[in-house]
Design a protein around this ligand. Structure first.
Ligand SMILES: Nc1nc2c(c(=O)[nH]1)N[C@H]1C(S)=C(S)[C@@H](COP(=O)(O)O)O[C@H]1N2
Ligand SMILES: [Mo]
Length: 406
């Protein structure tokens, strides 16, 4: 008689992670069987997200936060946006997970297990701001295709791991190295194993920066599956698309990495400003590097009501890609005048900074509070939309909330 094959333990445990509960009789489940919970999933339960989060797409899963949900100084998992280009890997076996370092410009191609990475190299913890290049896309006109992010595709969690630099140097970097490119375990939407959903990278200087991590912990725990378990590249301050989730290979390239979504118009802006709706040739598009200065009022929620004579306390975060935010201001008169308010120093480079203010209103009625950050090079957020671009990237317009004084 032929033996019935059962599901492997490691697969069972990753299914349990996705479902959010142990599969009690899982050992009796036939191999290849898809539990119903994985066929019609509740994204909030599946990803441990707050019910206030907004699902923008389920194929692939893309979920954003709201400004008021991002009030924590360190973003907890339940409020962290999800951006996937492909299918979340469902059969991760962390005990046999390996990271390969290869490419034209590696001296010795090497393969590390997770345990080796953790024991061989020193570990570091940083708070790192990750913002999707398309955050704010929904406001562009003419509209840009893609997920219609409003303001919630940004997070600043605490990441722990080893420095990418230490691992790359252990393998050896040839003099002609220009870029790194990541490869990961997620699958293309077409399920074609020869296609990658995304494979991006950064120039060597960014790869070798102290804060660029190969992370295995987020907020002190194993990284949640959807955010890259068991190993994730985290390069704060750049479009979050360079922070590869589920990474299993990093190539040291002797040219600009040419993986999926590095070429064409993906994560690129017109090298020179263009008029709204203008056609731009691929060769006139330039790769986005550091993200621009931006801020978010996370308290109160837009629509707040206060009594006349009462002060309105506001707070939020500001960030500026590779740079620090130097000045934080707010306006209650649609940007006619601005008042400076305190902004804290970042806890480490590439972490967002916190601001707060107490605002007095002279008359009752409707107001808007606008927030504006300025980076250390003197560049401020635009009050309304910045320059239009074909893919709807880098909308860093001032965030605004509505307030009624009774
Ligand atoms: N392997 C892999 N890494 C990836 C992606 C992906 O689809 N696959 N999406 C990228 C993009 S575009 C963004 S904005 C961030 C989102 O990270 P998060 O889902 O943890 O918030 O992951 C990046 N890393
Ligand atoms: Mo993104």
């Amino acid at each position: 008689m032929k033996r019935r094959n059962f599901v492997k333990k490691t697969i069972l445990s990753s299914m349990a992670t996705v479902i959010g509960a142990d599969i009690v009789f899982g050992a009796l489940m036939p191999e290849g069987y898809q539990p119903l919970a994985l066929q019609d999933p509740d994204p909030y339960k599946m990803f441990n997200k707050d019910k206030g989060m907004e699902v923008l797409n389920d194929k692939p899963w893309n979920i954003e936060a709201k400004a008021h949900l991002l009030d924590d100084k360190i973003t907890p998992n339940k409020y962290m946006f999800i951006r996937n280009n492909g299918l979340i890997p469902s059969n991760i076996d962390s005990t046999n997970w390996t990271l390969t370092i290869d490419g034209e410009s590696v001296k010795h191609q090497k393969k590390y297990s997770l345990a080796e990475l953790k024991s061989k190299f020193p570990q570091y913890t940083y708070q790192l701001t990750l913002e999707c290049g398309g955050n704010g896309r929904s406001e562009f006109d003419p509209p840009a295709k893609g997920n219609q992010w409003t303001v919630g595709a940004v997070s600043c969690a605490q990441w722990t791991g080893v420095r990418l630099r230490d691992v790359l140097e252990d393998a050896g970097i040839k003099n002609d190295a220009v870029y790194i490119g990541y490869h990961a375990a997620d699958m293309h939407l077409s399920k074609d194993p020869n296609k990658e959903p995304i494979s991006r990278g950064v120039p060597m200087a960014k790869a070798l920066q102290e804060e660029t991590l190969l992370a295995f912990k987020m907020n002190g725990e194993d990284i949640p599956l959807v955010h890259g378990y068991p190993l994730r590249l985290v390069a704060g301050g750049w479009p979050a698309s360079v922070s590869g989730k589920w990474v299993n290979r990093i190539s040291i390239r002797n040219k600009v990495h040419d993986g999926t979504k590095m070429t064409g118009t993906a994560y690129r802006l017109p090298c020179e400003p263009v008029a709204p709706g203008e056609n731009v040739k691929d060769e006139d598009m330039c790769i986005i590097e550091s993200m621009p200065v931006k801020s978010l009022i996370t308290y109160p929620k837009s629509g707040a009501m206060i009594d006349r004579g009462q002060q309105l306390k506001i707070r939020g975060h500001a960030w500026a890609g590779e740079l620090e935010v130097a000045i934080m201001e707010y306006s209650i008169d649609f940007g006619a005048t601005w008042k400076a308010c305190p902004i804290e120093k970042p806890v480490n480079p590439l972490a967002w900074q916190h601001f707060s203010a107490e605002i007095d209103f002279q008359k009752k009625g409707y107001y808007e509070v606008w927030a504006r950050a300025t980076d250390i090079q003197g560049v401020s957020q635009p009050m309304v939309l910045p320059g239009w671009n074909p893919k709807g990237y880098l909308n860093n317009a001032c965030h605004r909330i509505a307030v009624k004084v009774k």
